[in-house]
Write a protein that binds this ligand. Structure first.
Ligand code: PHB
Length: 396
């Protein structure tokens, strides 16, 4: 192996929410890092993902100087509506928890973080290839990669962060069986997502239970809406004409107090749907954060928020280690973040099972789900349980 030509304290694989926020938080503690990303900057800034930020995430962005746009352009939502049996029940987050959520798409968060990292002279390298972490169990890990211009590079670092998303390579450096356990759950459905130029169907998000399948009306701006339909995981974009989509949204959502407002669809995609947790999230000097270590179904809107929660803990542990050589925070990283990850798993699974129609669901199943939704939304305790989980428990 060649001698490293680049040195940094933390080598970060992946420029998603976890990798970029980690690099930003470390910088604020005076710790340098290099972020390696295989995609191009425009690809990272343009890929459509979910869009709900917990108040914790917004607060952290604002407190650390990357919150100007989310404050100005993010849409604050103080509640959501659950619809079932043709009518709606509102869950008032503000009243129940004193907190709210903000609709602001993930790619906008990434745009803000990249701009700030580059302003701060941060080292973020896009379009790199062959990223390989070496010797993460030694005191001197290295990362080899090929730069955008084709030159081979080798970074020497003290710690490595695996923030390379659900298509992770870094997770597999933690040996399976002896060390790593993967907990996995597949669901018998997917989400069909659209973006449409259309007026808002409602001021707040609508989560609709229907015997034909779940539907969600979300938003991006006053003129651009994001809607989802539960579909078969084998379905393709070609099978869903615009008319079929609007027709299905009307059937699943319309009723007392709600009517889906149509417009021009300009994006269609089928979203994967699964639950996954890897334990532990660390091995030697490698630390996983975000989707490389866990995936949630989108029903609870937790994915990006969990990634940010991970790196909030990880950046503190890394900074303490560099400042004082006290590695207790690093040693206990998995133990610290796993309870929050599993609570989010439970919440996302619960929301999913309460609202989706499993293939072959019987009348008994549907009536029981409606009774569950009725029980939960009728009771202040039930609504509070949803609200607390949806807005998110404070970081740290
Ligand atoms: C979204 O707007 O993309 C969205 C909103 C709520 C969810 C999932 C996705 O639960």
């Amino acid at each position: 192996m060649r001698t490293p030509t680049i040195r940094t304290r933390v080598g970060i694989v992946g420029a998603g929410p976890a990798g970029l926020m980690l690099s930003h938080l470390l910088h604020l503690r005076g710790i340098d890092s290099i972020v390696l990303e295989s995609r191009s900057r425009s690809d990272v800034e343009g890929t459509i993902r979910a869009g709900v930020l917990e108040q914790n995430t917004v607060d952290l962005m604002v407190e650390t100087g990357v919150g100007d746009r989310v404050k100005a352009e993010g849409l604050r939502h103080s509640g959501v509506e659950f619809r079932f049996a043709g009518r709606g029940r509102r869950i008032d987050f503000e009243e129940l928890t004193g907190r709210s959520v903000t609709v602001y798409p993930q790619h906008e968060v990434l745009t803000d973080l990249i701009a700030r990292r580059l302003d701060d002279d941060g080292d973020v390298r896009f379009e790199v290839s062959d990223v390989t972490v070496h010797d993460h169990q030694s005191d001197n890990p290295t990362i080899s990669f090929v730069d955008k211009d084709g030159s081979e590079q080798l970074i020497a670092c003290d710690l490595v962060a695996g923030c390379d998303g659900s298509r992770t390579g870094t997770r597999f450096l933690i040996p399976e069986a002896q060390v790593r356990t993967d907990h996995f759950r597949q669901y018998p459905f997917a989400w069909f997502g659209i973006l449409a130029e259309a007026p808002q169907t409602s001021e707040e998000l609508i989560y609709a239970h229907h015997e034909r399948g779940f539907a969600l009306c979300s938003t991006r701006t006053a003129d651009v809406q994001r809607h989802y339909l539960q579909v078969d995981p084998e379905d393709t974009v070609e099978q869903w004409s615009d008319d079929r989509i609007w027709d299905e949204l009307h059937k699943r959502v319309d009723g007392e107090g709600a009517e889906v407002r149509e417009g021009t669809i300009f994006s269609k995609s089928v979203l994967q749907f699964r639950s996954f947790v890897c334990e532990p999230l660390q091995h030697g000097r490698l630390f996983l954060a975000g989707d490389s270590a866990h995936t949630v179904p989108p029903t609870g809107a937790k994915g990006m928020n969990l990634a940010i929660a991970d790196v909030f803990v990880l950046s503190n542990a890394m900074a303490t280690y560099f400042e004082t050589r006290d590695d207790r925070g690093l040693v206990s990283y998995s133990e610290t973040v796993l309870p929050r990850i599993w609570r989010a798993q439970h919440f996302s699974y619960w929301m999913t099972s309460m609202l989706h129609t499993a293939p072959g669901a019987t009348n008994f199943d549907l009536r029981r789900q409606i009774a569950e939704l009725d029980t939960v939304t009728r009771s202040a305790a039930g609504r509070t349980l949803i609200a607390e989980n949806y807005v998110g428990v404070a970081f740290g």
